[in-house]
Design a protein around this ligand. Structure first.
Ligand code: SF4
Length: 320
């Protein structure tokens, strides 16, 4: 019904942001394997949460070299829609107007960062929160409950299960590990679920065996927990190889732009949303990002492979 509502509001095409998460997962997994191989700039810190990136820029500038250069799903989507979708409909970037639907206000600031845009101007023109979209729907007298379910437009319309869990604390880590596991093992692995990185603890620590290596992980939920991990790394710089940080309780499912029901206790609401994401991802045709046919088509036909020169230009950033 969300897609139908957006079409009624006047959007020409509606795409699934989870499918952009698959590109972030693939670029980040590739980057992680490269850093492991070279043993440099470890641990790799995730960088898809702009709340965390801004905090790191201000308080831990020496850590910026450890942040993944892979752009967030929002910003990868901006580059890809402007160039690839724009080309396909014969519209050049300044005339492609891209609106993203986001969980928080930090995403509105992210799209304006100097180091993040690929095209001239902004890759994402406007970001609106889920709460704001609900207001627009009401303001335009659209009866949401009466709308038929409709599919995303197919250019970027299908995500893998890995992309679907990206918005949950631990979801980025789990999604990337699925691809890293196949890459380092050089065979297709059956392991898909990394339960040890799920749940609402402020810090989750785990070790996983992948391709004959033991990889040490930490998942940080809430910026108040970051100093603990930094202190641990000051004591032992090799303690972790991969660290996920999300600023909000629960991850993006608990973002400040998401609707809340005051009658439902917050932890209960977050647990229900997380359960919904993990149940939803099991319905996806593929659960690993590198198995997403849509992403593979775009890499083969346009980008020239994961980590290619063009992928680096379009899908990666610097931290200035
Ligand atoms: Fe925004 Fe919170 Fe998600 Fe970070 S974790 S991107 S601040 S909703």
């Amino acid at each position: 019904a969300g897609v139908a509502a957006l079409k009624k509001l006047g959007f020409h095409a509606v795409f699934d942001m989870n499918s952009a998460a698959d590109f972030t997962i693939l670029e980040e997994a590739h980057e992680f394997c490269e850093r492991l191989e070279k043993n440099e700039n470890l641990p790799l810190f995730t960088s898809c949460c702009p709340g965390w990136v801004n905090y790191a820029k201000k308080l831990y500038p020496s850590l910026l070299k450890n942040l993944s250069s892979a752009k967030s799903p929002q910003q990868m989507f901006g580059s890809l829609i402007n160039k690839i979708y724009g080309d396909s409909i014969g519209v050049t970037p300044p005339d492609v107007f891209v609106v993203s639907l986001v969980p928080c206000l930090a995403k509105k600031l992210e799209l304006q960062e100097k180091d993040i845009n690929y095209c001239v101007g902004l890759d994402i023109d406007v970001a609106i929160t889920t709460k704001e979209l609900a207001s627009f729907i009401k303001y335009n007298n659209i009866d949401f409950n009466a709308l038929e379910d409709s599919e995303f437009d197919d250019f970027f319309g299908s995500a893998s299960g890995a992309g679907a869990i990206f918005g949950n604390t631990g979801g980025v880590m789990e999604a990337v590990l699925r691809t890293v596991n196949d890459t380092l093992s050089k065979t297709e692995q059956k392991k898909l679920d990394y339960e040890m990185v799920r749940g609402l603890d402020g810090i989750k620590r785990a070790k996983v065996k992948i391709g004959g290596r033991e990889i040490s992980l930490a998942v940080v939920m809430g910026l108040m927990n970051v100093p603990t991990i930094i202190e641990e790394l000051e004591q032992d710089p090799n303690k972790y190889q991969f660290v996920e940080v999300m600023a909000c309780e629960g991850g993006c499912i608990g973002g400040g732009g998401q609707p809340i029901n005051p009658a439902v206790p917050r932890k209960e609401m977050l647990a229900a949303r997380a359960k919904g994401l993990y149940a939803g991802e099991k319905r996806c045709l593929e659960r690993k990002a590198h198995k997403n046919p849509m992403a593979n088509k775009i890499y083969n036909e346009y980008l020239g492979g994961v980590g290619s020169e063009l992928a680096k230009k379009m899908l990666h950033r610097e931290f200035k």
